[in-house]
Design a protein around this ligand. Structure first.
Ligand code: ZN
Length: 693
């Protein structure tokens, strides 16, 4: 699981990355003032607010008052400020690459050619719809459901990820995820996930709220507009049928909360099983199209959705499916097709869906494209330049302290069985923590990039990723593999690898500042590191053992206690209502909320251990413990547009930022630090505080 929602599913979903991707990235400077002072950002605080009433506003209120969301963005916060730094650095690296005139085929040349081909707007306009035509002609030539199955197989990509960077969304009929096997963690297995929707989640199709009805109407208009721009006739009727088909697909989908339940996902199907368990689609033809005829078995994440979607292939008219396929093809390429299509896509997926009134400048979108398709090639240079060995050493020392804090907490748990404790300790022993950048870089030598062909570059890049993953099936697992680039401002837990990664781009102020006091570093990045370690032991982590195998290592009594404690946390989050008609979903966000509570608890211990009995320096009258909690609260300072926040509440496993800051109410140390009293809004009696670790 990744640490924050900032990378929306659109960042990793191919269909809309080019139009929308950077709409959620931050590139406008917002001074949090932490940088200059090497401590908490006191200027961002609203000291008129009582910390016990609203800790989020207390820590961030003045920043919220003086900050406006830039017109090309749907949200802004600390993560976006760091994104700005990382993106500018990346843009500089790309600019240098573009001037270097490097040898053809070299990594630097590929970066330059990819970026330049994206920036060549005149060339894109001149080529018009020509790049799209072969795909649309092929779809028009489909005669029967067998050929349809083959064509659908050809669209399969490695664009979903159930447990690492977590993206459950693909607009293709299904999505492939290649990862260590549930039943054989030493080798890579093929996981298949439900798909077929352009809107972010099934809820957008089935929810009855006024807002979702508006979205659906706007969506149908958008589908029609895209078809028209691509040269189709009778587009209103086609759009109606396409949206109805997607609605039918959505009804077969599992909810996000159910998809996150790893215990429902371990379903191994042989190739022959598909025809029996999910009749309708010609599966042999589908797998032939996908180049997977030789793959003996798959792990089917949502079996009922596969049965449902496959049945729709049989029951719905061929012409409707062909229109659906054509529309999805247009949407997938529109970010790199003429401006009229890219603009229409932004008007819906950017403006209508996330509320950002303006599209990001083209160069920023170009950076996103290069990061998406040549991420490690850029990351190699980035890490060398911006992540010195001293920073790596200091961060590694913090990780060691956090792991030690978890060891002590596990030993001290009264409710946990000794055998379960031993398993938990074994997981900490084999845990691999990657700091800054991977030990081995991805090899792009098989990826052909041409300076005058952005459409082909994107298509080949997605295909390159897919074929690389398919080629790994059955091969031994690389336990030190990374799933994020060093220039990504995020962190991730990889449960099947029993590994964590903290990219270089998040290990910088205000999260991590080698010149700041321990209190601030532990409150900020320490709680993030603790959060990721905690995933090793949470609802998800309890399903994986020290070798990443799916094996429940908890006793029934342990699980019962854990279930009760976490149900209380889910209930706590269910009470949060960002909108009168929309509450936070305690179940959907449970794993992340557990990780937040555990992360700050362990960080608090780690901080006190790091002091080694010495007292912490004061800053502006705030003592060490206060700085620790304020630094934690300031991780979450952010502003979102209403549409983007609604989308997050409905589709993301992470709760909105303000509730993540307010989780300090579960930590005993916070009450002492700010003298929080009964009657204050966040006050919980000691028995009501949720203690999990
Ligand atoms: Zn997490």
């Amino acid at each position: 699981m990744k640490f924050t929602a900032r990378l929306s599913k659109f960042m990793v979903s191919c269909a809309v990355i080019f139009a929308l991707g950077v709409a959620l990235l931050g590139l406008h400077a917002q001074d949090t003032a932490k940088n200059e002072t090497h401590g908490i950002a006191t200027l961002n605080m609203d000291r008129a607010v009582k910390p016990g009433d609203d800790f989020y506003l207390y820590a961030n209120g003045e920043w919220i008052k003086r900050t406006e969301i830039p017109p090309d963005r749907s949200r802004i916060g600390v993560f976006s400020r760091l994104d700005e730094i990382s993106s500018k650095r990346t843009a500089d690296l790309i600019g240098e690459a573009a001037k270097a005139n490097a040898a053809p085929g070299s990594g630097v040349r590929k970066i330059a050619d990819l970026y330049n081909s994206y920036m060549d707007e005149a060339g894109i306009e001149a080529r018009g719809l020509t790049p799209l035509k072969p795909a649309l002609d092929a779809i028009a030539a489909i005669h029967d459901k067998r050929e349809l199955a083959h064509a659908l197989g050809e669209t399969l990509r490695a664009d979903v990820d159930a447990l690492n960077n977590t993206n459950f969304h693909t607009p293709n009929l299904f999505g492939l995820w290649v990862a260590p096997g549930f039943n054989d963690s030493e080798h890579y297995a093929a996981y298949l996930l439900e798909g077929g929707l352009q809107l972010p989640d099934r809820e957008y199709y089935v929810a009855n709220s006024e807002r979702m009805k508006q979205v659906r109407n706007a969506y149908e208009t958008h589908v029609s507009a895209m078809l028209k721009l691509a040269g189709f006739a009778d587009t209103d009727a086609r759009a109606k049928r396409i949206v109805e088909l997607e609605h039918a697909i959505a009804e077969k989908h599992l909810s996000l909360a159910d998809s996150e339940d790893v215990h429902r996902a371990n379903n191994t199907w042989s190739q022959a099983d598909f025809g029996v368990k999910a009749p309708g689609l010609d599966w042999a033809e589908y797998f032939r199209g996908a180049g997977l005829s030789k793959q003996a078995s798959f792990i089917v994440w949502q079996p009922s959705a596969f049965a449902g979607e496959s049945a729709l292939i049989a029951s719905e008219p061929l012409e409707t499916w062909k229109d659906w396929l054509a529309y999805h093809e247009i949407e997938a390429g529109s970010g790199v097709l003429p401006k009229a299509l890219a603009d229409e896509q932004f008007a819906f997926f950017g403006k209508a869906l996330t509320g950002a009134p303006q599209q990001r400048p083209r160069w920023q979108r170009g950076v996103t494209v290069v990061n998406r398709l040549l991420g490690d090639e850029v990351g190699k240079i980035y890490a060398e330049r911006y992540f010195p060995p001293e920073a790596k050493a200091r961060a590694e020392a913090m990780v060691a302290n956090l792991v030690a804090a978890f060891r002590k907490r596990i030993d001290a748990l009264e409710w946990m069985d000794p055998t379960t404790k031993a398993e938990a300790q074994a997981k900490l022993t084999t845990l691999y923590v990657g700091i800054g950048y991977p030990e081995r870089w991805k090899d792009y030598s098989g990826y052909e990039v041409r300076a005058d062909d952005i459409y082909g570059n994107v298509w080949r890049g997605r295909m390159f990723d897919y074929q690389k993953d398919v080629a790994r099936l059955g091969k031994p697992v690389d336990r030190h593999e990374w799933t994020m680039t060093p220039q990504t401002v995020n962190a991730v837990n990889l449960p099947l690898y029993n590994a964590l990664s903290f990219p270089a781009a998040i290990l910088q102020p205000p999260f991590f500042d080698p010149q700041a006091p321990e209190a601030v570093n532990y409150g900020a990045i320490g709680s993030i590191i603790g959060h990721e370690i905690s995933h090793t032991f949470d609802t998800e982590g309890s399903a994986f053992d020290a070798k990443g195998r799916v094996r429940n290592w908890w006793t029934a009594a342990d699980l019962k206690h854990f279930g009760e404690a976490t149900a209380r946390l889910a209930a706590q989050y269910d009470t949060y209502r960002p909108f009168p008609d929309l509450s936070v979903n305690g179940k959907q966000t449970l794993a992340e909320n557990i990780a937040d509570v555990a992360g700050i608890s362990a960080a608090y211990d780690g901080y006190h251990a790091a002091l080694g009995g010495k007292s912490s320096p004061e800053q502006d009258g705030f003592n060490g413990d206060q700085q620790f909690f304020i630094a934690f609260g300031q991780n979450w300072g952010s502003k979102s547009r209403e549409a983007a926040l609604r989308q997050q509440v409905m589709t993301d496993p992470h709760a909105p930022a303000e509730y993540r800051a307010d989780t300090v109410r579960n930590i005993d140390g916070w009450y002492g630090a700010f003298a929080v009293k009964p009657g204050e809004k966040l006050f919980l009696a000691p028995g009501e505080r949720v203690r999990i670790w």
